[in-house]
Design a binder for this molecule. Structure first.
Ligand code: MRU
Length: 354
C-alpha cells in the first residue's frame, strides 16, 4: 500500500515534515525555515542518510520514520541479484547517520525484521514500504494518544502557561508532535494560557521551527532566549515545562536537546512541574542509565557562526554536545502512548515497558 500525499497531509492535520510517494520521499528542508519552505526529493537510502546527518530532517521520531522510508527506497532501487546485500548496506549507512535518538535504531530494527522475512525483491519492495508507512501512521497516532494522557496528568481547571524547549512538533515527528502535541491539545481545549518557547541555541530549533510551526497553526507563542527561562519560571506564570526526548533509559533518565537538563534543575528550584512526552519508540530499556547514552557532538561552526556570519573569533575552541541527560529524579512525569510513568525510577519504568 503506497501512502498518498493527500492522506499524509490530512491525517497529520497541517504541517508535515515529509511526504511519501512510493518511489521517492520528499523532505521539508528544516535548515532553511522559517525563511524558505523548500522541499527536497530523495530517491535513495544514501540521500536519506545524508539528509538526517545534515539536519534537513531532525527530531527523534522523524529521523526514525525517514530512515524507514530510506530502507523502503533501498528495496525499490536494489538490483535483482544482490538485493539483500544492497538493502543491508543501506540499513548500515542509515544507522551511521546520527547516534543519540534511539528511534532511528528502533525503526531500522523493525524494518530489518520485515526484510529478513522477504524471499524475493518484489516482496521486499512491497513489505518494506508497507512497514515504513505503518511506522509513520503509528507515530502520529501515538502523539494523539499522548496528548490525551498528558492532559489527564495536568488536569488544568483553567488555562495554564507552559514552557518548552527545542522543536517537538509536526516537524519532528509523524505529525501533531509530542510535547508540542500536548501544547496543541491544550490550545484545542481552550486550556492554554501562554507558550514560552526557548530559542534553543545553537541550532535555534525553538525560534526557527517551534515559533514558525505554532504561528502557522494559529497558536500564540512567546519566544525567549534560553537564558530568560530562569526568570520566566521565577515569575510564577508557568505551571509545566514540557519537553520531548531522544532516548529514555531503564531508570527514567532522559536524553534531549542540550539545555533540557538546566531547565529541569530550574523547574525543581521554582516548584514548576517537569513533563517528558515521547513515544515508546524513544524508550531504550537495554541501557541502564543516562550515562550509557551516546551523546552527539556536532561541528564547532554551529556555535561559532550562523549562516556564514561569524558570532565568535575565527577558530575559537568550541564545546558543542547537542544533547544532555536529565536525571530521572528531576522529572515528574514521562508520558508515552502506552501510559504515564510518574516520578520515574527503574521499577516504575519496568512496570510499563517490560
Ligand atoms: O538535534 P535535533 O533537532 O534532532 O534534536 C531534537 C530534540 O532534541 C527533540 O526534543 C527530540 O528529538 C524530541 S522530538 C519529538
Amino acid at each position: 500500500m503506497a501512502r498518498s500525499p493527500e492522506s499524509t497531509d490530512s491525517r497529520a492535520m497541517g504541517t508535515v515534515a515529509m511526504r511519501w510517494h512510493g518511489d521517492s520521499l520528499e523532505l521539508l528542508d528544516q535548515r532553511l525555515l522559517p525563511a524558505e519552505e523548500h522541499w527536497i526529493t530523495v530517491e535513495g537510502a544514501a540521500g536519506v542518510a545524508q539528509c538526517i546527518r545534515d539536519m534537513v530532517v531532525r527530531g527523534a521520531p522523524a529521523i526514525g520514520i525517514s530512515a524507514a522510508y530510506g530502507v523502503a527506497l533501498a528495496a525499490r532501487h536494489a538490483g535483482s541479484g544482490e538485493w539483500q546485500a544492497e538493502i543491508r548496506q543501506a540499513m548500515d549507512e542509515l544507522a551511521e547517520s546520527r547516534p543519540t535518538a534511539v528511534n532511528l535504531f528502533w525503526a531500522l530494527q523493525r524494518m530489518g525484521k520485515v526484510f529478513e522475512a522477504c524471499t524475493t525483491p518484489a516482496e521486499a519492495v512491497r513489505h518494506l514500504a508497507d512497514e515504513a508507512v505503518k511506522i509513520h501512521d503509528e507515530d502520529l497516532s501515538a502523539n494523539l494518544t499522548m496528548a490525551e494522557h498528558a492532559l489527564s496528568v495536568m488536569a488544568p481547571a483553567s488555562p495554564i502557561s507552559v514552557l518548552t524547549h527545542c522543536n517537538t512538533g509536526a516537524l519532528a515527528t509523524g505529525g501533531y508532535g509530542t510535547a508540542l502535541g500536548v501544547i496543541r491539545h491544550l490550545h484545542e481545549k481552550s486550556l492554554l494560557g501562554r507558550v514560552f518557547a526557548d530559542e534553543t541555541r545553537p541550532w535555534l530549533q525553538g525560534s526557527r521551527l517551534t515559533a514558525w510551526e505554532l504561528a502557522r497553526d494559529g497558536i500564540p507563542v512567546t519566544l525567549n532566549a534560553d537564558g530568560a527561562a530562569a526568570s520566566i519560571l521565577a515569575g510564577g506564570e508557568v505551571k509545566w515545562v514540557v519537553v520531548g526526548a531522544d532516548r529514555i533509559t531503564a531508570n527514567g533518565d532522559v536524553a534531549n536537546k542540550i539545555g533540557t537538563y538546566s531547565l529541569a534543575v530550574l523547574a525543581k528550584h521554582h516548584d514548576v512541574r517537569f513533563m517528558v512526552v515521547a513515544p515508546s519508540s524513544t524508550v531504550d530499556m537495554s541501557l541502564e542509565s543516562g550515562g550509557d547514552i551516546p551523546i552527539e557532538e556536532r561541528e564547532g561552526t554551529e556555535v561559532r557562526e550562523i549562516r556564514g556570519i561569524p558570532l565568535a573569533p575565527a577558530g575559537v575552541d568550541v564545546h558543542n554536545p547537542v544533547f544532555d541527560v536529565t536525571p530521572a529524579k528531576l522529572i515528574d512525569a514521562i508520558v508515552t502512548e502506552k501510559g504515564v510513568v510518574l516520578n520515574p525510577d527503574p521499577v516504575r519504568m519496568r512496570g510499563l515497558f517490560c
